[in-house]
Design a protein around this ligand. Structure first.
Ligand code: G6P
Ligand code: MN
Length: 447
């Protein structure tokens, strides 16, 4: 079985490789190809992977390439996590709106739209390449903004394109732990779009546990989302939102907090990774140690010093519990092993959320076997959540259309109709600000 990682020189690839090391024999993975647009990044990451394999005494040979056709040809699974414009682009995504008093964040708000505008055309090329050279491959997409990107590539690949995110599974795990329960014993009624979802029920047999959880400040205080939103608001809402909804419910607070912080999340990561990649190829043990140290600092420094100041909604505990590579492996295993596993994924709605059309990509629980994910029927949801999902789905689709057509008008329309953008004038200023700082974007969206 051939598995390809697009974005193979990325900083998190060692996490994915570690997870693959554990699975490769069972699933019969005999070819692993890493694709990256930069040979130097592949050369920096390769010895880290060799170090990991040596440490575990397992072999999973891999090769790197910058040729996309070579990388995906006849693959069975293509895992994709790319950052078009790299971290320099993320810094621009985050800082331009902030200068205008609007949220500046990687995936939520105008930052996510700008990120999508430059990412979708590249992802469409990947989709076309897969359609031609890997007609039976599954695309497991982590590339953000994952919901929009997955919906865009589904236009070419249909339901073979699956979007993943670690935040819903993290929320379920944390909620179960707060109830002193095992997630596998419970049914979680979760729905929404990527980074825009809600847990509206936790069922234990015929018993509904969510009211019990929301009524206890002591329990809510034990986990991230409970502390972030606060008991009073959660009891008012009667649902447990995905952490990213913090940017909607506490919009002004997050803008103020981020503006006061000296360093955005993007610029922190940029400095750190520049230093890591600048060191070039090293012997395996040394490369692995250096990667581990960088990663450790990445989580620790940020959590301890910058998180609150930066108004960031995460506590970055995900990796310790399986993280996004854990989600990717769960999908791979469910399809390859036909396990009919229950996973929360980004896939075409069919009729899961009856108020959206069948092709809208949603993030809902799915049964996953060898024919891919089948979304379960969520049904009607609270009017407030439905309204926000409908609005954001329209913003997402407008963004996808803008990205594919290169229409400046559509791009501005998407930004202006985003609920976190206060006026059309601001939307124009944001888009112009992006074009000024990203020459590629200016070229792609001629005035
Ligand atoms: C979570 C989200 C991802 C996002 C990441 C940002 O894991 O689910 O979609 O990319 O956080 O983390 P970072 O360390 O890059 O700020
Ligand atoms: Mn995510």
């Amino acid at each position: 079985m051939k598995v390809t990682i697009v974005g193979g020189g990325g900083f998190r690839v060692p996490l994915v490789y570690t997870a693959l090391l554990g699975l490769s024999q069972r699933l019969g993975i005999d070819e692993l190809v890493l694709h990256d647009v930069e040979q130097a990044r592949l050369e920096r990451i390769a010895p880290v992977l060799e170090g990991l394999a040596a440490e575990r005494g397992v072999t999973l040979p891999f090769r790197g390439t910058t040729d996309l056709v070579d990388a995906v040809r006849d693959a069975e699974f293509v895992l994709c996590a790319i950052r078009v414009g790299q971290l320099e682009g993320r810094v621009v995504d985050e800082s331009v709106p902030l200068g205008l008093g609007v949220l500046g964040q990687e995936t939520t708000g105008p930052g996510g739209l700008c990120f999508a505008l430059r990412t979708i055309p590249v992802m469409m090329q990947l989709a076309e390449t897969m359609a031609e050279y890997a007609p039976n491959a599954w695309l497991i997409n982590f590339t953000n903004p994952a919901g929009m990107v997955t919906e865009a590539v589904q236009r070419v690949l249909g339901e073979r394109a699956i979007g993943i995110c670690d935040s819903p599974a993290g929320l379920l795990r944390r909620a179960a732990r707060a109830l002193d329960r095992e997630p596998s014993e419970l049914w979680f009624d979760y729905f929404g779009l990527n980074h825009l979802g809600w847990l509206q029920g936790i069922r234990d047999g015929a018993r509904e546990l969510l009211p019990e959880l929301l009524s206890s400040d002591a329990r809510l205080d034990t986990f991230e989302e409970g502390r972030l939103f606060g008991g009073e608001w959660l009891r008012t809402l009667e649902m447990l939102p995905n952490e990213y909804l913090y940017y909607f419910y506490y919009a002004a607070d997050t803008v103020n907090a981020i503006r006061e912080s000296p360093n955005s999340r993007g610029s922190f990561l940029l400095d750190q990774q520049r230093a890591f990649y600048a060191e070039g190829a090293q012997p395996p043990a040394e490369a692995l140690e250096r990667w581990r140290k960088t990663r450790h600092d990445r989580e620790r420094t940020y959590m301890a010093e910058a998180r609150n100041a930066a108004g960031d909604c995460h506590e970055h505990e995900a990796d310790a519990n399986g993280g996004y590579e854990g989600e990717a492996m769960a999908v791979l295993e469910a399809i390859a092993g036909n396990t009919q596993a229950l996973l929360i994924l980004n896939t075409a709605n069919r009729s899961s959320l009856p108020f959206l059309d069948e092709k809208a990509v949603v993030e809902v629980p799915c049964i996953v076997g060898r024919t891919g994910p089948v979304p379960i029927a969520v049904g009607e949801v609270a009017p407030h959540a439905r309204a926000l999902v409908e609005t954001m789905k329209d913003v997402e689709r407008t963004t996808i259309d803008a990205a594919i057509s290169g229409s400046r008008q559509q791009a501005i329309r998407a930004i202006a109709l985003h609920p976190l953008v206060p006026s059309v004038t601001t939307a124009r200023e944001i888009f112009d600000g992006y074009c000024e700082r990203l020459p590629g974007l200016k070229e792609a969206f001629p005035a």
